[in-house]
Design a protein around this ligand. Structure first.
Ligand code: ZN
Length: 327
């Protein structure tokens, strides 16, 4: 599924089978000297087939092609190790490159999940169903690190690198000021809400995410090329909706904790989700996992704002409302 977006800029839709995201958008900028591919897909067969069919249709020579990856998640990053040539460069951000190098230790995931109330009998299943572990890149990779304000030039396009931490530690977008095109990765999506989760690092992802939204609000943007679903125009309107969404989430968690202290898994089980399922118990394990991570990001934000507090009880982290909270 190849679509021309603007001159020499194309979208290849890469399917993500059996996943609610459905597909990822890979963007290709063709140029006589070097082509650029932005984001790739999971490291698995269907993604590889779709990518190769798209590149064949576009007549892209992979030996003359470099990659820009918006962030570390496997649906954007995973396939790059298999699709690239040994002449390809990978442009990437430093924080996500560091996280890639430090690797994914299953024990770390298990410990954090357990502390946050994830049920023991579903832990192993959740870990093994996690797409980030199943479909990650297969090789040790060398990166060309980009940072805020760097420019990536391909033919008529001069993309400025915009650091937008939140969805991941180092998430990076691209802005083409003369064409007013914004490549948003998973920072701003139109049809679904980007997932903001906290698992490891000592940071406040929701706070970073909200300030990254404010940062992009200032840009003059006519066309947003997101990592998933439809390309759209009204960037500022969408930013306002996303900010509103997170505020409602925070309010929802406060009202959940007003009924008593809970761990993150219990909070997630009481939150409202878009997933079609009769009950929380029937959610697929991987969706419970994402929901718990999302609850943890919001709980961290509320804790840093002084609205809630946490303590360890019976080897679980439990959150309670502070008495004189105000938001
Ligand atoms: Zn994604």
């Amino acid at each position: 599924m190849v679509e021309e977006i603007s001159s020499n800029l194309y979208k290849i839709e890469i399917p993500l089978p059996k996943n609610p995201l459905k597909a990822i958008n890979s963007y290709v900028i063709k140029n006589a000297e070097r082509n650029l591919i932005i984001d790739t897909g999971w490291n698995q067969e269907e993604c590889m087939e779709a990518m190769q069919a798209g590149l064949t249709e576009l007549g892209v020579d992979i030996r003359k092609t470099d990659f820009f990856i918006t962030h570390l998640h496997a649906d954007h990053f995973g396939l790059v190790s298999n699709v690239m040539a040994d002449t390809s460069k990978i442009y990437f951000n430093q924080p996500d490159a560091d996280r890639f190098r430090s690797g994914f230790r299953l024990d770390d995931f298990v410990n954090v999940a357990r502390l946050n109330g994830y049920p023991e009998n579903e832990l192993q299943k959740a870990i093994h169903a996690h797409p980030g572990l199943k479909f990650r890149a297969s090789a040790d990779l060398a990166f060309h690190i980009l940072k805020e304000g760097d420019t990536l030039s391909i033919g008529d396009y001069g993309f400025k690198c915009i650091e937008t931490p939140g969805h991941t530690l180092g998430h990076m977008c691209l802005y083409e000021p003369s064409k007013k095109i914004f490549v948003s990765g998973d920072h701003i999506l139109n049809d679904i809400t980007p997932n903001i989760q906290l698992w490891f690092d000592e940071w406040n992802p929701l706070k970073e995410y909200l300030s990254s939204l404010d940062k992009v609000y200032e840009f003059d943007i006519e066309l947003v090329l997101p990592g998933h679903r439809s390309i759209f125009k009204n960037c500022r309107g969408r930013i306002q909706e996303l900010k509103h969404h997170h505020q409602s989430r925070l309010d929802e968690i406060i009202s959940i904790l007003e009924k008593g202290s809970k761990n993150a898994f219990q909070v997630a089980s009481k939150m409202s989700w878009d997933i079609i399922s009769d009950s929380w118990d029937l959610f697929p394990v991987s969706q419970k996992w994402f929901a718990t991570g999302e609850a943890m990001a919001h709980l961290k934000y509320l804790k840093e704002e002084g609205i809630i507090r946490s303590e360890v009880r019976k080897q679980k982290i439990v959150f309670s409302l502070n008495r004189n909270h105000s938001i």
